[in-house]
Ligand binder design. Structure first.
Ligand SMILES: [Zn+2]
Length: 408
């Protein structure tokens, strides 16, 4: 078994050790040492990284029988008994100490205030999560989280001492432990002065002030529990900077202070909704006027007016609207088209007093356009990719309609 230096001192970053075993796993050398300050992945916390002589330590794992395996980025060879110099990446270790110690504090805050137990814990690249037995309505959970966050940060600001106790299982049973203690020869208990006792094998701060800040970002229901996402220390600072930058950039766009941003955005949304409503009303009016002009400009043949046109810069909704207004009156056939990227889109419609089958007409048109279409006898949609054929297709459709479709 490797001696766990990270248990003796979580702030130790440089150490020497002797190689007790080494072998290749793929292109990576796996090294076992007689002692190690590298924290191996476990207990919801990712492993440390760092260096061993000239090699990078990419990750570290612990086996069921307590062997700590260091995976290197190279196949550099070691002999058993070699002395190696190791260094832990301190920035990463400190980040983990902050998240992990913050979790002890926050979990106890939820337990003390609401009796909510922590059933799961993990540090991810983005945040830290705890799964709590906290049942309540959403607004009550918001309120509970705010209160727990306040208590947790008060404990951080107190800068309380954090002590590590190695006790026997019997000794552990006499302590006011937050979590159920586990069976082991020796139980490692982390005490946060006058606040929390918790068995744990992780890396912790010396005092709560080292955690820096505990900031809850969000929560969700997961596995019938309340999952709380939070950030501590340097991560909380980075998040604060990011959020501030975003809020500041938005405030500048509104030429307002950060405190007025929310009401400015709300106003903008309401204004946007009102404008969209107004735009729809005006589009209706514009379609009526345009339909009227198109009908007036079309030469009637045997009482029938065929409006055939290809539009640029229209969307399909506008085309539909115009087609409907064109065929509101009697004896009109509308053969409308638009180009969208590399496809042509068609809308065919006819007045209710006519009997030409727009659906059949559309299918024939789309076949030539290399696409598909159909619809009802009086209103049909379609399209295709042979955009160069569009003018001929409309001409063909016009000819079919004027070739004596029976009219009532
Ligand atoms: Zn811990």
């Amino acid at each position: 078994m490797t001696t766990k230096l990270y248990w003796e001192d979580a702030h130790l970053t440089r150490f020497t050790a002797r190689v007790t075993d080494a072998w290749l796993r793929g292109a990576h050398r796996i090294v076992e040492l007689d002692q190690s300050a590298f924290y191996p992945t476990g207990g919801g916390q990712p492993s440390d990284t760092g260096s061993m002589n000239s090699a990078r330590v990419m990750d570290v794992e612990i086996t069921d029988d307590g062997r700590i395996l260091h995976r290197l980025d190279s196949d550099i060879s070691f002999a058993i008994g070699d002395e190696v110099s190791c260094e832990i990446d301190w920035d990463r270790r400190r980040e983990m100490i902050q998240q992990h110690t913050g979790q002890h504090v926050l979990s106890q805050a939820f337990f003390r205030l609401f009796g909510a137990e922590t059933k799961g814990f993990r540090i991810t690249d983005r945040s830290t999560e705890i799964d709590l037995t906290l049942e309540a309505q959403p607004d009550e959970i918001d309120n509970a989280i705010a209160r727990a966050e306040e208590l947790a940060n008060a404990v951080v600001f107190d800068n309380r001492e954090i002590r590590v106790h190695n006790v026997t299982p019997e000794g552990a049973a006499a302590l006011p432990l937050r979590k159920e203690s586990f069976v082991a020869d020796c139980v490692r208990v982390i005490e946060i002065a006058d606040f929390d006792w918790s068995p744990c094998g992780g890396t912790h701060a010396k005092r709560t002030g080292e955690v820096g800040l505990i900031a809850v970002r969000s929560w969700e229901r997961a596995k019938k529990m309340t999952r709380v996402h939070f950030l501590c220390g340097a991560r909380a600072l980075n998040d604060y900077r990011r959020v501030s930058r975003t809020a500041d950039a938005i405030a500048r766009k509104f030429s307002s202070g950060m405190d007025e941003v929310e009401s400015s955005v709300t106003r903008l949304f309401e204004e946007n909704k009102r404008l969209q409503r107004r735009a729809r009303e005006l589009a209706q009016i514009a379609a009526i006027v345009e339909a009227h002009e198109l009908i007036e400009g079309a030469e009637p043949a045997e009482g029938l007016r065929i409006i055939s046109r290809v539009f640029e810069d229209r969307d399909i909704e506008e085309l539909n609207l115009l087609a409907h207004r064109l065929v509101d009156g009697e004896n009109v056939v509308a053969l409308l088209a638009m180009k969208e990227n590399l496809t042509a889109r068609l809308v065919f419609a006819r007045s209710a007093n006519l009997s030409a089958d727009m659906s059949a007409l559309m299918r024939a048109a789309c076949e030539r356009l290399g696409g598909r279409g159909g619809g009802k006898p009086d209103f049909a949609h379609g399209g295709g990719t042979n955009v160069s054929e569009l003018d001929q297709v409309l001409e063909m459709s016009r000819a079919t309609v004027s070739a004596g479709q029976p009219r009532s």
